[in-house]
Design a protein around this ligand. Structure first.
Ligand code: SF4
Length: 290
């Protein structure tokens, strides 16, 4: 049986940097709080928890004082920083530089808009941490659209500025942009393509990869947005694609009579986990079918 790991899968640089900052800080502190999952992957969260990283939610954060808190790559709205200043919370800001730049663009665009009637639109997942951080740059006024089917929420007689959550798919973004241009013919429509190429560039690569194997094992945490998106792409190319979060999810029947297996994952999937999955498949195949 041929088993191959996709070399393009694994952490993006934003996640690598956030984990590096967490580990560096944990060398100096016994306890470090992280606001939200540092990465949407339980295996990695548990590894860092053993070193002293405690994951908290926003409800807990807004009751805390005198602590050190890490902000993950997704970024946070201004209210999180304001609370820290007032409550002696030291922030270790691991917001990805790509997200920081996007937050800044939206904030400046919003604050300096000539026409105060402009609708700021974010193509993204409602309630996602990064999207909340982006909406926060507009004092909560930005309108979040999850797909082109939600455009009726907009007023096509008012100017529009469109941005994207970094991990959304380019195809969906272009579709939405085209629809806005077609519908709002009498007012300015500004399109800002802010899709992160760390994810976008993986799409053609994972498409090619998925087509080469009889079985695809896509490894990701359930909460990862780009994980869901990349898995859908695998499935569209190779119907025999399975979504797993750990080696426990592998079904022996999947590998029966299979000659080749491709193992790939999201930007939040550790390389070690991909290797572990490949190793587990090799072992199961040799113990049961060879
Ligand atoms: S996907 Fe892109 S924007 Fe998001 S954390 Fe990774 S590098 Fe940063």
């Amino acid at each position: 049986m041929i088993i191959e790991i996709d070399q393009n899968s694994g952490f993006c640089f934003g996640v690598v940097e956030a984990i590096r900052k967490a580990e560096e800080t944990l060398l100096l502190l016994d306890v470090l709080y992280c606001l939200g999952d540092i990465v949407h992957n339980d295996v990695e969260i548990n590894r860092l928890a053993e070193k002293g990283l405690i994951t908290i939610d926003h409800e807990k954060y807004f009751t805390m004082k005198d602590a050190t808190v890490l902000l993950r790559a997704h970024g946070e709205p201004p209210s999180t920083y304001e609370y820290a200043t007032k409550n002696n919370i030291k922030l270790i800001d691991a917001t990805c530089p790509v997200v920081l730049k996007l937050q800044q663009r939206i904030r400046i665009g919003h604050d300096s808009a000539h026409n105060k009637n402009t609708q700021f639109v974010i193509f993204g997942k409602k309630g996602h941490a990064e999207v909340n951080g982006l909406v926060g740059q507009t004092n909560g006024q930005a309108i979040v659209l999850e797909s082109v089917y939600e455009v009726e929420k907009l007023d096509f007689n008012r100017p529009i500025e469109l941005y994207s959550q970094t991990t959304k798919d380019l195809e969906g973004f272009h579709l939405l942009a085209k629809e806005l241009k077609n519908r709002a013919t009498e007012v300015p429509v500004k399109i800002h393509d802010t899709v992160c190429r760390q994810v976008a560039n993986r799409i053609p690569a994972i498409r090619k990869f998925s087509a080469r194997f009889e079985l695809i094992l896509f490894v990701s945490g359930q909460k990862s947005s780009n994980g869901k998106m990349l898995f859908d792409i695998c499935q569209s190319v190779n119907q025999n694609s399975k979504f797993i979060s750990s080696i426990e999810d592998i079904d022996l029947q999947w590998i029966k009579n299979i000659g080749s297996v491709g193992v790939c994952g999201a930007t939040s999937t550790p390389k070690e986990l991909l290797e572990e999955v490949a190793g587990a498949v090799r072992k199961l195949a040799s113990e049961n079918f060879m």
